[in-house]
Ligand binder design. Structure first.
Ligand code: S3P
Length: 415
């Protein structure tokens, strides 16, 4: 078996959420092509529709008619999506909406205090006892703040900037460590009054609705990462990833993969709607262990589960530190990675803020507990490609959260 051919992927999840939300603030019809097909992005679209936004979906193309936000008649179900819950809370707070946001079991255990606190400082009025969903938001006028989030989180930054679109004066977010900057790039391209200076972003209140836009969402690098890893792991592989988002705040996985020794060639690079995009060739070469920590973590945060699988096949030690945030993702990913990899026979040490993996070790058949976490399920599906006997997942349906076509895409390139 080897991995070869070329693949394009559904649109990036982070950009898709933001495109839908910002389309709702325009005064006309927006066309978004190659929208993420994941359930998470559909949660955002459904929540916006519940708030009166008109939307039509035709395959991967979605038309949104903006300027129609109103208080929803029912609660907003954010499903499994932290991005929906946090960004939408900021956006709706800025637009004076009263509503309750809810989520599934996993999302209801993820911290919301990180947005409640800064949005509260801006004047947002919440009814919430414990810092978790459900979260009641009451309409209140907002005023800009200057804020430095204590955790490196693009969701927190974006929630504050989105709220700033409806807040009097200026709203500034200063990041200690740079996180993905799609919100800032998109607001800039759409003509919002945003100033960017290193890790400091300042937004002014929108005096008029944004202008309607048309855009194509680049292929999701966080999904592509699983396929790139498969090509890096399986001898004789050679895979081309086409039209991949290559914004430097998202390419941490590919930099790490290259540092581990995988074959990598950038075939093309261009700009689309203010974002960097490229075609990338990945081929198998022997891998070695690396260290990842500090400000390298936010740019690889979603890809650490698949990086852990790679580490089991790399010569020497791979150490990931400062990744405590992994414990409050869709599952406790540090624990999920370590427990499942140990079941497969890997040499893994769990750290409070990461893990240490010593390789290479053969991987064996095992029962994988996914905790209904899409990235754990996809990472271990790739591990299953190189295990001596097939693995079983307790739930593979959760993969649809980010990539319903994962199995289909994998079948296209496994030869
Ligand atoms: C996201 C930000 C990150 C990331 C998540 C998507 C975004 O979360 O893990 O998958 O679209 O802003 P945090 O902001 O919690 O780090």
């Amino acid at each position: 078996m080897r991995i070869s051919g070329d693949l394009t992927f559904p649109g990036d999840k982070s950009i898709s959420h933001r495109a839908l939300m910002l389309a709702a603030l325009t005064n006309g019809e927006c066309i978004i092509d190659n929208l993420s097909t994941g359930v998470d992005v559909e949660s955002t679209r459904q929540c916006l529709m519940t708030c009166g936004v008109q939307s039509e979906k035709n395959g991967k193309q979605v038309v949104i008619t903006g300027n129609t936000l109103k208080n929803p008649a029912s609660d907003l179900d954010c499903g499994n999506s932290g991005t929906t819950a946090r960004l939408l809370t900021g956006l709706l707070a800025g637009q004076g909406i009263t509503t309750t946001l809810t989520g599934d079991k996993s999302l209801s255990q993820r911290p919301m205090e990180r947005i409640i606190q800064p949005l509260g400082l801006m004047g947002a009025s919440f009814e919430n006892e414990n810092g978790y969903l459900p979260l009641r938001l009451n309409s209140a006028p907002l005023t800009g703040i200057e804020y430095s989030p204590p955790v490196a989180s693009a969701q927190v930054k974006s929630a504050i900037l989105f709220a700033g679109l409806g807040a009097e004066g200026e709203t500034t977010v200063i990041e200690k460590t740079k996180t993905r900057d799609h919100t800032e790039r998109m607001l800039h391209v759409l003509g919002a009054d945003i100033r960017l200076d290193g890790n400091r972003s300042t937004i002014k209140k929108l005096e008029n609705p944004l202008k309607p836009f048309a855009m194509k969402v680049p292929s999701d690098p966080s999904t592509a990462a699983f396929f790139a890893a498969a090509a890096a792991l399986v001898p004789g592989s050679n895979l081309i990833l086409k039209g991949i988002l290559s914004n430097p705040t998202r390419t941490g996985f590919f930099s790490a993969l290259e540092k581990m020794g995988a074959g990598m060639e950038c075939l093309n690079q261009w700009k689309e709607n203010g974002e960097d995009v490229g075609d990338l060739r990945i081929f198998h070469q022997s891998l070695k262990g690396i260290n990842i920590s500090g400000n390298q973590i936010p740019v690889v945060i979603d890809e650490l589960p698949i990086l852990a699988i790679l580490a089991t096949q790399a010569e020497g030690v791979t150490m990931v530190q400062d990744a405590r945030e992994l414990r409050v993702k869709e599952s406790d990913r540090i624990s999920a990675i370590c427990v499942n990899l140990r079941r497969m026979g890997a040499n893994v040490e769990e750290l409070e803020d990461g893990f240490v993996i010593t390789g290479p070790t053969p991987l064996h058949s095992a029962q994988i507990t996914t905790h209904n976490d899409h990235r754990i399920a996809m990472a271990f599906t790739i591990a299953g490609l190189i295990s001596d006997e097939p693995i079983t997942l307790d739930n593979s349906d959760c993969i649809a959260i980010s990539c319903p076509e994962f199995d289909y895409l994998l079948k296209q390139v496994v030869r």
